[in-house]
Design a protein around this ligand. Structure first.
Ligand SMILES: [Zn+2]
Length: 110
C-alpha cells in the first residue's frame, strides 16, 4: 500500500505540487512521456495517462525492506511528481535488485 489513507494521499499531492510547482514528470520512462518532455497535465483526471500522480522515490516495498516506518516512506522528501503513465510503468516493471555478494571464504581454510 503506497499511502495509509486517502487523506494523506491528497495532502501529499498538494504538498508535492506546492514544492515542485508545474514540474515535469520525474520518471520519464515511457516514450509518450519523453516526447512531451515529461509535461504533466495537472487538470487531467485519472485514468488520463498524463495526469498527476505522486511517485515514491523509494518504493513502499523497498522502504519496508529497509525497515522504514510508513510515515518515513510517505514523507515529502520521498515523494516526487510523476505522470500516471510512468508511475504505472514503474509499479508494474520488474526492477532489477542488486545481487547479494556471497561472503568470501578463503579456500585455504575450507
Ligand atoms: Zn512520465
Amino acid at each position: 500500500m503506497p499511502f495509509s489513507s486517502t487523506t494523506i494521499r491528497d495532502r501529499r499531492r498538494a504538498d508535492v505540487r506546492r514544492r515542485d510547482g508545474d514540474a515535469p514528470c520525474a520518471l520519464q520512462i515511457t516514450a509518450d512521456c519523453r516526447v512531451v518532455g515529461g509535461q504533466i497535465d495537472f487538470e487531467a483526471r485519472p485514468p488520463h495517462p498524463r495526469s498527476f500522480e505522486v511517485d515514491h522515490v523509494v518504493s513502499s516495498d523497498e522502504a519496508e525492506r529497509l525497515g522504514w516506518s510508513s510515515v518515513e516512506a510517505d514523507a515529502l522528501d520521498n515523494c516526487q511528481a510523476a505522470c500516471r503513465q510512468c508511475n504505472r510503468e514503474k509499479s508494474s516493471g520488474e526492477r532489477p535488485t542488486a545481487a547479494i555478494r556471497p561472503t568470501y571464504v578463503n579456500p585455504r581454510f575450507m
